[in-house]
Write a protein that binds this ligand. Structure first.
Ligand code: NAD
Ligand code: DAU
Length: 331
């Protein structure tokens, strides 16, 4: 099988490419990635020389270039996106360009070249916040940030291409991932690497917002199931079943690292901050999905990875990306 993976140089995409080569050594993968600030060729150093792997630097909005590569693929797995909520609050433009227009360009190319499967990687954030119970795939979408609104728009485009043109597309909506190679602006890698440097951990609001956490390899296993067994036109929720408040995760990270709780610094809240995410994954479980990693063990492994791979994250942190959030999230 020949896969065109977009955004494969990012966090989940790079873990997915490694996962696929381990499980299906005969598969061929084209990694099509623009290499934005979040795309890091270091994430795939170990597969660079695999003869079944090819990297193309390109923008998914570039219809001509992406078509040239989609033409040779059986399936498209679309990870490429602007993904950080705080960045979308400061500047939504790139989110609309990539997440909406970029998805449109991929759909058009996939339709023109009669792709046999289009897997669109989306997020539980499209449902918005829920205080009690869990969202099902049939729940209405109600996004609250420019990021989640852009992702929701892309989901609707994918749906329309299935209904109107019969494009064999499926949508996955996953909860918060953690694991190796995540860009250090997201909660877990930011807090681990700040704590290693003895720097403050900026906790938004009262710290009681709840997220459902999933180890990235379990997400890759779920996408594998959807790619091979998912029914066209369907949406599949993917979650870890591990709901935790941000303050509890923060305390756990400090405990694992043996660092003082005094590093926690409460700062002003993220505007439009969703209180709780929770999704019901029973639909995917019927196809055989079950997360294999337990949270405490996988979090410890993740922390260990950041301790041992400073070479990868230090350069990214030195780019000074966190300075501009400080203007927004003051004490
Ligand atoms: P990431 O930010 O780590 O990586 C995004 C990748 O996309 C980067 O390699 C970047 O260079 C590439 N990219 C960005 N714009 C591009 C463009 N215009 N053309 C081509 N490539 C482009 O993201 P991630 O955390 O790995 O998320 C991957 C996907 O999974 C996204 O679609 C995201 O919405 C979704 N998702 C993420 C999570 C999570 O917890 N991280 C959870 C659910 C869903
Ligand atoms: O739910 C899936 C989504 O999870 C993905 O679609 C997004 O791409 C991904 O970025 C993630 O979004 P979140 O906004 O939930 O992740 P983030 O790591 O930015 O924040 C997690 C929680 O921690 C959230 O409640 C905000 C809080 N937070 C985050 C940062 C970066 C803080 O308190 N302080 C921080 O410095």
């Amino acid at each position: 099988m020949k896969l065109l993976v977009t955004g494969g140089a990012g966090f989940i995409g790079s873990n997915f490419i490694r996962y696929i080569f381990e499980k299906y050594p005969s598969y061929k993968i084209i990694n099509y990635d623009k290499l934005t600030y979040a795309g890091n060729p270091d994430n795939l150093k170990d597969v660079e020389n695999n003869p079944h792997y090819k990297f193309i630097k390109g923008d998914i909005c570039d219809f001509k270039l992406v078509s040239k590569h989609i033409k040779n693929a059986d399936a498209v797995i679309n990870f490429a996106a602007e993904t950080h909520v705080d960045r979308s609050i400061l500047n939504a433009g790139d989110f609309i360009k990539t997440d909406v227009n970029g998805t449109f360009s991929l759909l058009e190319a996939s339709r023109a070249y009669k792709i046999s499967k289009f897997v669109h990687i989306s997020t539980d954030e499209v449902y918005g916040s829920i205080l009690k119970g869990s969202f099902k795939e049939t729940s209405p979408i109600s996004p609250n940030s420019p990021y989640s609104a852009a992702k929701a728009s892309s989901d609707l485009l994918v749906r329309s291409y299935f209904r109107t043109y019969g494009l064999p597309a499926v949508i996955t909506r996953c909860s918060n991932n953690y694991g190796p190679f995540q860009y250090p602006e997201k909660l877990i890698p930011l807090f681990v690497t700040n704590a290693l440097d003895g720097k403050d951990l900026p906790l938004y609001g009262d710290g009681k917002n709840v997220r459902d956490w999933l180890y990235v390899i379990d997400h890759c296993r779920a996408i594998d199931i959807v790619l091979h067994k998912g029914e066209n036109g369907e949406v599949y929720n993917i979650g870890g079943g591990v709901e935790m408040t941000n303050i509890d995760i923060t305390k756990l990270i400090l405990k694992i690292l043996g660092k003082p709780q005094s590093l926690i610094k409460k700062v002003s809240d993220r505007p439009g901050h969703d209180r709780r995410y929770s999704i019901d994954c029973s639909k995917l479980k019927k196809l055989g999905y079950k997360p294999l990693y337990t949270f405490e063990k996988a979090l410890k492994e993740t922390v260990k990875w950041y301790v041992e791979n400073e070479r990868i994250w230090r350069r990214l942190k030195n780019s000074g990306f966190d300075k501009y959030y400080k203007l927004q999230y003051k004490k």
